[in-house]
Design a binder for this molecule. Sequence first.
Ligand SMILES: [Zn+2]
Ligand SMILES: [Zn+2]
Length: 343
Amino acid sequence: MRPHDILLPVAAGLCCKPGGFHIDPVRPVERAVITHGHSDHARPGHGAVLATQETLDMMRLRYGDNFARSTQAIRYGEEIRLGDVTVKFHPAGHVLGSAQIAVSCKDTCIVASGDYKDATDPTCAPFEVVPCDVFITEATFGLPVFRHGDAADEVKKLLASVALFPERAHLVGAYSLGKAQRVIALLREQGYDAPVYLHGAMEEITHYYQSRGIALGELRPVKGMKKADLAGTIALAPPQATSDIWTRRFPDPVTAFASGWMRVRARARQRGIELPLVISDHADWDGLTATIAATGAGEVWVTHGQEDALVHWCKSRGLAARPLDLVGYGDEEESEAVAADEA
Ligand SMILES: [Zn+2]
Ligand SMILES: [Zn+2]
């Protein structure tokens, strides 16, 4: 069977005709199979939704109980027959509950990896290489200039700054779903055991992580704290909050931002980030290329991000490759609000 008879990019997203479903549809569909909880991948209004329990819970938290007509949870490694295909979920290492979806029909296997990273992350199951014929990869950081380095080193930088400026607060901009919890877990791995303060917008999702057994230590709301009492503390907030009047409640805050984009110094400067932290939940160039090679796929479809360089790299290695031209997927390393401000 030809791969595009199994999965085909259409306006609503990636369509699996023989299985009767779409993967991460951007428009309401009858049957949706969803890779992870970020809002551009997991949208409300579908008929039936198949996803991991965590992804379903995150959709419920964001959209309310009626986010879909019906839901079905699937575990990593579990296989389900849908129409003429089978789907199997594998960890994507991106955020809690994130999955790659292997779609098999006869003897052809396509893996839609959603967003993924091969770097370690204490807040989610590690990325798994899934051998396949066609690998669908994201390309958020699909340029050789993007090398994220070790996230632990970035957190050490943050702690060094906290030690250096005990009279100032440290305000870390981080995407609310996934990045914030990872930064907290990384701080704990470095032995930081003081309370970490949270912007109100990330309390619910962070407590959800804790309810799933992710150890994050003591967390406190920023709200209700006296300014002077926030000296020497670390607080996490959605990226857009670190540049608005909300920051006035902190004593002389050091503004940090945890994102793969912080590799680009001009970007940090432009946003007034004093302490850029290169921490990404997406694979960097080395991660993308190593993963593509490891899957053994002879064909690669490249989507959301910087497709051209990765397509070129694949072709130079003798792989068939093409951009997928899917629209509607954002870049969660930046928040939507910040992107709108910058536009
Ligand atoms: Zn994502
Ligand atoms: Zn994405």
